[in-house]
Design a binder for this molecule. Structure first.
Ligand code: FES
Ligand SMILES: [Fe+2]
Length: 441
């Protein structure tokens, strides 16, 4: 039965629309986990989350509970969070330090940080003449098939074959270059811990929303307007309102027609970039002090190149949304066909003055955190989409805005002039989805 439906998957995706089952069918979800999330490169965490030998962080890759762990050799390993003896979960805490080695809490088998079996209680007497022991790889913790990192951001692929991380990321690696280059020290470090939000909607709904330039001035209008009123009040009274109000009021002042001025660039593997930095490069003393430190680190010309990068958002399919100029990212962890965990992480620019960190922290709290109204506005719509899609009110989700008007060059699809609200990013993601699922036409 499932086999027949798998063969039919191509019928679920057309260039400008997608069947609703893609968001609601539990069997399709299982297949997505096998063919996409447990196969292609998934973000596990940043190297600075595990600075010392024995530091670990648990992370979900597809349906698999994994461990990110720093070894004594300084290498970062990604292991299945499972004891090979009787299957016990190795680390029950979200993160911590395992000491010199992992020790299973059930029967005390121990393992090196790279997962290799270290000891079994009374191994010689208990296992003499059996197939179990140090030479049997089945007695070690299983490792992710491939682990690679780019500028400190660690990814794992649970499939032995496939493109390298760099090949897979392609142009989308600019997300990490833009983030790290903005640091006078050339790298970022994680700000512990992250926010975690469980959304009652399919994982693709969140990703499709990230580069949906039509929605902000609709969905976030009321929040933007309220912030704008207060901003004006403060400015009238004091002559100048804090920049944090601008982060919210922009949702009202950048009206729906202005979003067409933005542009999206859509790349192979479903990755997309939304251009248009939010203009957070004012000439206040904090910014000028930061620019001075950047000049010392890079020289004037290179500093201008770095600060001139015009990116608002990079979507790295199938599980990452990065706002590089503000040093934050959201990782998507699908939990079920209508349940998705997002981790919202924030990074500090090494060597940048404290007020610059405070500014991006304000954006993190005001726009991306679970307590902001912006996030609540989005979550309400994601949930309502899932409810509507589960109904018999229609069979298709449409991605037809500016369809046929995009410009394609060397495999990159650019939205045309003044077509920033094109649904090209959603079409691009579903194109990759169909390819990955093996149902491309
Ligand atoms: S289940 Fe881990 S040592 Fe027995
Ligand atoms: Fe939004």
């Amino acid at each position: 039965m499932l086999q027949e439906r798998i063969a039919d998957l191509a019928k679920f995706v057309e260039p400008d629309r997608v069947r609703k089952e893609v968001y609601t069918d539990a069997a399709i979800f299982e297949l997505e986990m096998q063919r996409i999330h447990e196969k292609y490169w998934i973000y596990c965490g940043h190297e600075s989350q595990v600075p010392k030998a024995g530091d670990y962080y648990t992370v979900q890759v597809g349906r698999q509970p994994m461990l990110l762990v720093r070894g004594k050799d300084k290498k970062v390993h990604v292991l299945y969070n499972r004891c090979p003896h009787r299957g016990n979960m190795m680390c029950g805490d979200r993160h911590g330090n395992t000491g010199e080695f992992f020790r299973c809490s059930y029967h005390a088998w121990t393992f090196q940080h790279d997962g290799k079996l270290r000891s079994i209680p009374m191994m010689e007497s208990g296992y003499a003449g059996t197939r179990y022991g140090k030479d049997n790889p089945d007695c070690s913790m299983k490792r992710a098939a491939r682990v690679e990192s780019y500028r400190g951001f660690v990814f794992a692929s649970l499939a032995a074959d496939g493109p390298t991380l760099k090949e897979f990321l392609g142009e989308s690696k600019i997300a990490f270059d833009d983030m790290c280059d903005r640091a006078p020290g050339g790298e970022v470090e994680v700000v512990p811990n992250c926010f975690r939000v469980i959304q009652h909607s399919n994982w693709k709904i969140f990703l499709e929303n990230q580069l949906d330039a039509l929605h902000p001035s609709v969905v976030h209008q009321s929040t933007g307007r309220a912030a704008h009123e207060v901003e004006k009040d403060i400015a009238n009274k004091t002559g100048k309102a804090p920049l944090s109000y601008h982060m919210l009021s922009a949702f009202a002042t950048v009206t729906i027609d202005k979003w067409d001025n933005f542009q999206t660039l859509n790349y192979p593997h479903g990755h997309c970039i939304l251009t248009g930095y939010m203009g957070l490069r004012p000439k206040d003393p904090d910014t000028l002090a930061y620019e001075k430190v950047m000049h010392q680190a890079y020289g004037k010309k290179r500093t201008e190149e770095i600060l001139g990068v015009n990116i608002h958002h990079v979507l790295i399919y199938p599980g990452l949304s990065v706002q590089s100029p503000l040093q934050q990212l959201r990782a998507v962890r699908p939990l079920g066909v209508d349940k998705t965990l997002t981790e919202i992480w924030h990074f500090r620019l090494k060597g940048a003055p404290e007020p610059i960190y405070r500014r991006s922290l304000a954006y993190y709290n005001l726009v991306n955190s679970p307590s902001t109204m912006i996030n609540a506005d989005d979550l309400e719509n994601f949930w309502k989409c899932q409810q509507g899609l589960a109904s018999d009110g229609g069979d298709w989700v449409s991605f037809g805005r500016f369809h046929g008007r995009d410009l394609e060059k060397d495999g990159v699809v650019e939205t045309g002039p003044n077509m920033g609200t094109s649904e090209a990013p959603m079409r691009n993601q579903m194109k990759a989805w169909a390819q990955f699922m093996g149902g491309a036409r």
